[in-house]
Design a protein. Sequence first.
Length: 197
Amino acid sequence: MEILKFAPIIASIFSLGACSIAVSHVGGDGTDRRGVDLVTLARILQLPLARGVSGIRAVSEELHRLHGKPAIKVPGGAAIEDGLILADGYRLNLVIEYEDAGVLSISVDEGRCFPLEEAARLTGARPIGAVGYPYAEGPDYDTRSAVKDGVEVALGRFAPAEKCLTEIRLVDVAKAGKFAEENGIDLPVKAPKEVRP
């Protein structure tokens, strides 16, 4: 399917934006934590592949509910940059939703390591080729990808010796493809294969 080639392109473009926004580290600040028992890293990784695009929306809604206050407006979307502690104890440093491009980018704190290999096992993600913007991800960036029901779950880590998952990108493949087409984005990448249930 031709549209699949756009998902990793869009995800790689927006990884630069996610890395360039300052992150503040705030601890328990009394934010509304209704539904916190639902929000785990495994759920974030698996829900989009189980439900398609509605799974990405569900993850976004759950993260915003966990945050409990309005997100900050950033170019092309909205960000939660004061950190979120999930029900399983993992911390998200930054969440950016690029609404027009159909990308939800999530930075995972390395303080409590969630192994990249475990994330790949949960999602069925496989390694994909290097993207066309090496400065966005760097030569040591490890990208894994799973695509199912119009959604890509892209996983990554930044350092060659690192074993932890540091970034998750949930991509609405059709919306990302349309955005890439409308904006003349055409970067050569190796598209991931569709995950088989």
